[in-house]
Ligand binder design. Structure first.
Ligand code: GLU
Length: 282
């Protein structure tokens, strides 16, 4: 029997839609230190599937800011925009299992349906998709006509296929039972991009052998659906650690649009990274 423990692998996976701020520094450092302390590996991944919002200059900014913080990472850095084929393969597997369906809805169609219904359940990501395109008779005709469409997970079918409760180990919360109903039939491939955050993050964490996912608790709700996708695709479920979010003086979350707290502006104003880390309790 092989008793060698698996080497711990963590990652920091920013989207290059703006400059990094203190909150990113905190998250990246937690993941980096965790790997170092365990003699493990730390990976950096650029989550740039949204080719409209993501910009190359921000990728350079990420390297610059993390280097300033004293981090290093393995090369080559995985950039999601170079791996659409991997996400397509995963989607094709789910299609072959009959667990996804094309969705032709516009935002307007969805809000009209929600407004018209008596009860419109809301989840942490907003109103849950009301299932307009689930089981649509004309789906193959619309597909053949080239009608723009997304692909959604048929969550009820997926859960029936799995047939058992799903749990994950969360280092701060303990054993968590997944309640993916709060997110419903999530989009796995968008109309404008052949994948989605949920699909690509799950595929990449598996392909890169990530054992410990350390990220902010703003993504806690997404984990419920990630566990489902891992199970469907036969991937292992990593250990999770959803850390609390840093708040500014007004008690609000740091945002990329708030220029005053970007790592770039701190560096330019002469802040010593060691002082910043100490102020973050790191
Ligand atoms: N790319 C995501 C973000 O910048 C984080 C993904 C993750 O850690 O799972 O918010």
């Amino acid at each position: 029997m092989n008793t060698t423990p698996r080497q711990l692998v963590t990652r920091f996976a920013p989207s290059p839609t703006g400059r990094l701020h203190k909150g990113h520094a905190y998250s990246a450092l937690l993941a980096y230190r965790r790997a170092q302390e365990a003699g493990g590996r730390f990976l950096l991944r650029i989550e740039d599937i949204d080719t409209v919002r993501c910009r190359n200059e921000f990728v350079g900014g990420i390297f610059e800011d993390l280097t300033w913080l004293g981090l290093d990472w393995e090369e080559p850095v995985r950039r999601q925009s170079e791996h659409f084929g991997d996400y397509q393969n995963a989607l094709d597997r789910l299609k072959a299992m009959g667990l996804v369906y094309p969705c032709f809805c516009t935002r307007k169609d969805i809000s009209r349906e929600i407004d018209a219904s008596e009860s419109a359940p809301h989840g942490p990501d907003g109103p849950i998709y009301p299932g307009i395109c689930r089981g649509r008779d004309d789906a193959s005709t619309l597909l053949a006509e080239g009608t723009p469409h997304a692909w959604r997970l048929d969550l009820a079918k997926a859960l029936a296929h799995i047939g058992e409760p799903l749990v994950w180990q969360d280092e701060l919360k303990g054993e968590v039972t997944a309640t993916p109903d709060e997110l419903g039939d999530v989009v796995l491939a968008r109309k404008d991009t052949p994948t989605s955050y949920h699909l690509s993050v799950v595929v990449d964490d598996a392909l890169q052998g990530i054992t410990h996912i350390i990220r902010g608790e703003d993504l806690f709700h997404a984990t419920h659906i990630h566990i489902v996708l891992q199970k469907l695709l036969g991937y292992p479920t990593p250990v999770y650690h959803h850390h609390g979010l840093l708040l500014d003086e007004r008690g609000e979350r740091f945002a990329k649009r708030n220029k005053s707290v970007t790592l770039e502006s701190l560096r330019e104003s002469g802040v010593d990274p060691a002082d910043l880390l100490a102020a973050l309790g790191l």
